[in-house]
Ligand binder design. Structure first.
Ligand code: GDP
Length: 302
């Protein structure tokens, strides 16, 4: 229910589709498709995908393949689903067989990194997984305190920097060592998120990655990039840069509750070829949902 209401604003943009398709007839095709194009663009499906979808429909309508408003709507749904699943990448976490698995959470400040880490810890802990948190955002003083609050809230242990000068990479490596020695299943690593244009952040992330791999070969198993869903398509250049430097394995799109730009999920998957693994639909502890393309399509009720 929460996910559904989360997408309500995006859905509002698209109600026009229902109205138009209800009264559709062949002579109205261009007007209907113009309106559809507008609705998809406003929802941040992005120009490339919007054109692809609209032109596919136009072709199928004029070739006589689609003969009613209902058939057009079904074809639209199929198109969206295909775009979301065509890259074939896995939306479930890929954690390998070595314990502990290591998940690094990266992204720029304010996107919802720490909150998502906390919500993910809660979700996994409820599944019976033993979680250790690592406060790897050593740059922002309050970040560690914020994560400690999440550790308390979710009943997870946490490793924090021993001194103000401690490097993020050493906090993470210490946490992973502890995870290994004490039988944790997953180490969830927070990282710093100062502006992505700051080169030293990218260097820091690379050294975090290396320090983790030194303790457990093959780790980190997942590097999840947190992106603020309210920024819509503007998130793309940022995501590309993170991916080029550290290699992202999955995305967490946050703040999709109440965002009218939910269509960005489709363009992000298509542009980056990286699966969305979770979506954030609120600030509460339960407001992180695994991403499921079928459910997403249903949430939009397209
Ligand atoms: P960080 O700087 O990337 O670690 O971002 P935070 O985790 O501190 O989150 C920044 C703000 O966004 C906080 O006020 C969060 O409560 C809020 N936030 C995070 N995820 C969501 C979400 O899915 N929905 C909403 N509405 N707010 C969120």
């Amino acid at each position: 229910e929460k996910v559904f209401s989360g997408f309500s604003k995006t859905r509002n943009n698209l109600t026009v589709i229902d109205e138009l398709l209800l009264y559709w007839n062949l002579a109205e095709t261009d007007r209907v498709l113009d309106k559809l194009e507008e609705a998809l663009l406003v929802s941040d499906f992005g120009p490339k995908i919007t054109i692809k979808i609209v032109e596919n429909l136009r072709e199928d309508i004029f070739s006589g393949k689609l003969k009613s408003g209902n058939e057009i709507k079904e074809a639209l749904k199929r198109n969206v689903l295909e775009l979301l699943t065509s890259k074939g990448s896995k939306t479930e976490l890929q954690l390998g067989f070595r314990k502990p698995a290591v998940i690094m959470i990266v992204g720029v400040n304010g996107g919802g990194k720490t909150t998502s880490l906390g919500k993910l810890a809660y979700r996994l802990k409820n599944e019976g997984v033993k979680i250790l948190m690592a406060a790897g955002d050593t740059f922002r003083a309050a970040a560690s305190d914020q994560l400690e609050i999440w550790a308390e809230r979710t009943g997870c242990e946490i490793v924090v920097a021993e001194s103000e000068k401690a490097k993020a990479s050493s906090v993470l490596s210490q946490a992973v060592k502890k995870g290994k020695e004490q039988g944790f299943d997953i180490v969830l690593c927070d990282t710093s998120g100062r502006l992505h244009t700051n080169y030293s952040l990218m260097e820091e992330l690379i050294s975090c990655k290396k320090s983790v791999a030194k303790v457990i070969p093959g780790a980190p198993n997942e590097i999840l990039l947190v992106l603020d869903g309210t920024t819509g398509l503007n998130m793309l250049p940022q995501a590309r840069e993170f991916n080029d430097v550290v290699g992202i394995t999955g995305l967490i799109l946050t703040k999709l509750d109440g965002s009218a730009r939910g269509g960005c999920v489709v363009s992000v998957v298509d542009e980056l070829g990286i699966p969305v693994k979770f979506v954030g639909v609120g600030e509460g502890v339960e407001d992180l949902q695994p991403f499921d393309a079928n459910a997403f399509q249903k949430q939009l009720d397209m």
